[in-house]
Ligand binder design. Sequence first.
Ligand code: FAD
Ligand code: NAP
Length: 533
Amino acid sequence: MPCWGSKSKSYDTKEKGKKVDAGRKNKGNLVNKEAGVLNNDVTTVTSKGNYDYDLVVIGGGSGGLAAAKEATALGAKVAVLDFVTPTPLGTKWGLGGTCVNVGCIPKKLMHQAALLGEAIHDSKSYGWQVGDNVSHSWDALRDAVQAHIKSVNWVTRVELRDKAVEYINGLGTFVDPHTVQAQTKQGERLLKAKYFLIAVGGRPRYPDIPGAIQHGITSDDIFSLNRAPGKTCIVGAGYIGLECAGFLKGLGYDATVLVRSVPLRGFDQQMASIIVAEMEDKGVKFAHKTIPKSVEKLETGKLKVTWTDDQNQEFSDEFDTILFAIGRRPLTKELNLENAGVKVAEDGEKIDADNEQTNVPHIYAVGDVLYKKPELTPVAIHAGRLLSRRLFGNGTVNMDYENVATTVFTPLEYGAVGLSEEKAIERFGEDNLEIYHAYYKPTEFFIPQKNITHCYLKVVALREGDQKVLGMHFIGPQAGEVIQGFAAAIKCNLTVNALLSTVGIHPTIAEEFTRISVTKRSGKDPNPASCCS
Ligand code: FAD
Ligand code: NAP
């Protein structure tokens, strides 16, 4: 059986008129009534046949490019619009979207740079003769990271050309339900298509406080910053805030995180507090329950950041850099969605789209722009591919947004899949759950005597029967690599019984999941007796 439920048959243009909408929900009547201008019965629309393209994708990032490439592979005629508006600091970048240019990739490379710094330190105890004056060059790291990004931009362009996807470096806005205007350097172009895909992603928000935009930077600037960041104030304790604080400290810069409510809200809070404790041990400072009030540039060139806590007490300090990591705004306002009749969700910004189909049946959306869906690259890619298979390849499989694994790339990484302990309790009740947990000692930590206090894992399972696993959480080195395989197992309905009957690979850290024996309920000590017990 084909894995994706799609046949590798090309999109038959003769069949266009018969094609059903890929969300398989006829919302046409709703649109006709509400937008007033649409005749969105797909059959009627396609029978006119006056389109330049089968699919126009607005946004050449993770989701848009994946959908476009899949669609052309299935025989569709596709154009992708991609345009990057410079940041207030003037930073801009090439084709490929957030992940490649200002997200996952440069972040992982800087995280790796920080881990290497730790490894250089540890290597002495393994016999390497490393001098005491090891230093790090921000400029060299930034240049290496940017060179890699440029090569990916180039490969992406070549790939689009090879796959016959037309790339238009232009800003897309809807003119009417079947027309998008591309604003390019050369001028305006109107593109008519049978289907549209909104894959515009998002950009970092700035808080509404004096000095934020003038003096602050975001993740859009940090990876190409033309000077070493120095002492940095990071506002926000989500993924980006903690990851940036982690690698900046690892590279030798003083880092202070302003936490508004709790770190990593939405994640398992016990795991989040362990991550924070580990970062504190590594020297990152946290100001809990605080919000920034103002940023002022001093004559010395330093930035005076003032913040308040939940008691309204005021604090301030001087920094070289202030980095806002307070979440991202989907780029929907710029699209003139009203011209197409596409509605936004109740948050006023994101698009609520069952099976990626908006309220206008021939307009779809994937990626970060979707309401209440994980903002992760593989999610955007997977949803984009499946959508194209449904539109052009007789695919029938919808995106499953449940149990998506993720990793926070903090100095000691945190990988998770499935439910947090809190969410599981909320859904199933504490009495119906068994929570297994364990501290463990990575073998490679022994010789350099690295801190093992925070190497911890947790399995959240149902108590009855074979104990179906609902969530797995892992703090330690290479957490993403550890969790990825278990995410596949959870998709196959992993049970605690199955975990325990799995023979581990020794000596690894992932094998710790096959050795879990202590439940929280038992009150027994979750610390390990020895490395091989
Ligand atoms: P994007 O990749 O953002 O692409 C959208 C593209 O559309 C952009 O190029 C944009 O400029 C363009 N565009 C916008 N409006 C228009 C318009 N009107 N016309 C033309 N073009 C337009 N995810 C992970 O899975 N793992 C990670 O480790 C990870 N780390 C991250 C680190 C950081 C610092 C950040 C910011 C994000 C990270 N993410 C990570 C999230 C990941 O980058 C996003 O989930 C992913 O890029 C979303 O893909 P997308 O296709 O929705 O949008
Ligand atoms: P986020 O995870 O939503 O975190 C935003 C943080 O900023 C929260 O701590 C929030 O606090 C705080 N905040 C919001 N408004 C604030 C304000 N006005 N003042 C002070 N603090 C404020 O957003 P993000 O870190 O920017 O990341 C965006 C998305 O990118 C994530 O959801 C994630 O999906 C994706 N991403 C993924 C990875 C990865 O896979 N490793 C890495 C980076 C990013 P509250 O909790 O109080 O709201």
